[in-house]
Design a protein around this ligand. Structure first.
Ligand code: PGA
Length: 254
């Protein structure tokens, strides 16, 4: 079975409620243009409800995802969002360990691991992000850094749980910079991640796990990335804020 491609839009801390609704409606109405590709929208947490309603009203099968969550189901954690709350709003996905969470909010592999386990236990599909900084790449440490992040973020997961996870390889130097990894650079790391997943579970399980690329993906570079054997979709930031661009990228993965 070929892996179903998955293209997710990470809206980050952008838009307002009306614009979020409008963008969701536009993506839903045109989702048929990317038939066969799984589409997921990850709006700011406060707009999940409105976006979920817009997707439902359009009767689309575009999925909904959170951008982050806490690993506990409830409790005294001021300002946090719990896994059951995401489920309650209709989410099926949650982005975890995004590089902005790691670098700006101090998330370690151990934290990402706890959240990944909590997401799976709650029935959410985690999109677990990994990727090296420019300094790490230039220092020849890409493989070591990505290996440590994958091992640490996915530690202790059963093969059955690993199979459900989506990985996003996002080189930090490519995020929001307009500097996209070449298809070859991305493919090399994706192949490394897949072989690592093979050693954590089995090559059969690794062959089922979807690995997205993220970092300045645009409609005009998506096709080259999509042509690589181990690139199974994209996690899109800036370009996901325009329906045309987001769908243009998704179409490249058909
Ligand atoms: P970008 O962001 O597409 O704006 O580079 C990607 C991401 O952070 O997921």
């Amino acid at each position: 079975m070929p892996r179903k491609k998955i293209v997710a839009g990470n809206w980050k801390m952008n838009l307002d409620r009306a614009k979020a609704r409008e963008l969701a409606g536009a993506v839903a109405a045109r989702s048929g243009e990317a038939a066969g590709v799984e589409l997921v929208l990850c709006p700011p947490a406060l707009y999940l409800d409105a976006v979920g309603a817009a997707l439902a009203a359009a009767k689309s099968n575009v999925g909904l995802g959170g951008q982050n969550m806490h690993d506990k189901a409830s409790g005294a954690f001021t300002g946090e969002v719990a896994p059951p709350m995401l489920l309650d709003l209709g989410c099926t996905y949650v982005i975890l360990g995004h590089s902005e969470r790691r670098t700006l909010f101090g998330e370690t592999d151990a934290i990402v691991n706890a959240k990944t386990k909590a997401a799976l236990a709650a029935g959410l599909t985690p999109i677990v992000c990994v990727g090296e900084t420019l300094e790490e790449r230039e220092g020849g440490r890409t493989d070591a850094v990505v290996t440590t992040q994958v091992r640490g973020s996915l530690a202790g997961l059963s093969p059955a749980d690993l199979e459900k996870v989506v990985i996003a390889y996002e080189p930090v130097w490519a995020i929001g910079t307009g500097k996209v990894a070449t298809p070859q650079q991305a493919q090399e790391v994706h192949a490394l991640i897949r072989s690592l997943l093979g050693s954590l579970a089995s090559s059969e399980v690794a062959g089922k796990i979807r690995i997205q690329y993220g970092g300045s993906v645009k409609p005009d570079n998506a096709a080259d990335l999509a042509s690589q054997p181990d690139i199974d979709g994209a996690l899109v930031g800036g370009a996901s804020l325009k329906a045309d661009d987001f769908l243009g990228i998704a179409k490249a993965f058909r």
